[in-house]
Design a binder for this molecule. Structure first.
Ligand code: NDP
Length: 276
């Protein structure tokens, strides 16, 4: 499986599993735990979650699914902007650690930018790092101007920026991705299937047919072909989980990439960041 190098040199897998909308309903819990377990059984090592998802419920799903197998996993979670003051970030992290039933979060992100000064949140991240409660920190939903501002302050240890990025939502390619590549900050691509829609795209299906793959697999393989990008698709249905993991083995060729460009042309000008 492809990997992406974090600023400190650590390699992380370029394909992980998202958990948004998990942990919201008791009735769905067993299927969600089974989905995360299946993904791990099939080789997934990076799991993305957040205190926001299911009001902590998704972190509990992750805890249940990863029990006894924490060691070789890379767990990402996020603090809500409303909790991101110096003291608030530390308490939010401790609540997440308790729900995740672990002693450390591998990558802890500010979910999106709020009104708390960035320096305060970064200060709390550094304290959590010194205390061994998080290993790396980063941000999410930051555009190129936000990243530049972070860099001017104390933000140079930022290990990743998680943004909306898929074959059909390519705005970040204009300015944000080049900035992040220049500064060695990996991009985590959320909604890599455009919230499931790309699974029924006819052009991606046509490309997939040449490789014995599905449209969803082409959408993921396309992201994995972009340097410095980590894709975190979410799936609960077992057949979806299997397909997504299989996408890690699919290699698109130049003709495939050119066909994606014709279907979804790269941006010609700066665009506001896509958000969900
Ligand atoms: P995705 O683009 O990953 O799409 C998920 C949807 O696609 C689900 O409905 C899933 O169905 C479906 N799906 C998965 N695999 C297949 C397949 N092979 N064929 C057909 N359909 C499929 O959207 P998400 O919004 O979940 O984004 C991924 C992750 O990114 C989130 O889970 C979360 O971890 C993160 N995220 C971060 C945000 C942020 O602000 N930082 C914002 C949004 C997401 P099913 O579940 O039924 O199997």
């Amino acid at each position: 499986m492809n990997s992406v190098t974090l600023p400190g040199g650590e390699k992380v897998p370029a394909l992980g599993l998202g958990t948004w909308r998990m942990g919201e309903r008791k009735r769905a819990r067993a299927d969600e735990v089974a989905a995360v377990r299946l993904a791990i059984d099939l080789g997934i090592r990076l799991i993305d979650t957040a205190e926001m998802y299911g009001d902590g419920g998704a972190e509990e799903v992750v805890a249940e699914a990863t029990e006894g197998r924490r060691e070789d996993l890379f767990i990402v979670s996020k603090v809500l902007p409303g909790n991101s003051s110096r003291a608030g970030t530390i308490s939010a992290c401790e609540r997440s650690l308790a729900r995740l039933r672990t002693d450390r979060i591998d990558l802890y992100l500010l979910h999106w930018r709020g009104t708390v000064p960035l320096a305060e949140t970064v200060d709390a991240f550094e304290r959590l790092q010194r205390d061994g409660k998080i290993r790396h920190w980063g941000v999410s939903n930051f555009d190129a101007a936000d990243m530049a501002e972070l860099w001017k302050g104390a933000g140079r240890a930022c290990a990743a920026n998680q943004v909306y990025y898929s074959a059909s939502r390519r705005g970040v390619e204009f300015d944000l991705l080049p900035w992040q590549r220049d500064h060695d900050v990996p991009t985590m691509a959320y909604c890599p299937l455009d919230q499931g829609q790309l699974a029924s795209d006819a052009t991606l299906a046509e490309i997939g047919a040449r490789h014995g793959a599905s449209a969803a697999q082409v959408a993921i393989a396309w992201l994995l072909a972009q340097s410095g990008v980590i894709a975190i698709p979410k799936a609960v249905r077992p057949e979806h989980v299997r397909e997504l993991v299989g996408a890690g083995r699919l290699r698109l060729d130049d003709a495939d990439l050119a066909q994606v460009d014709r279907r979804f042309p790269p941006p010609k000008r700066a665009q506001p960041l896509a958000i969900v």
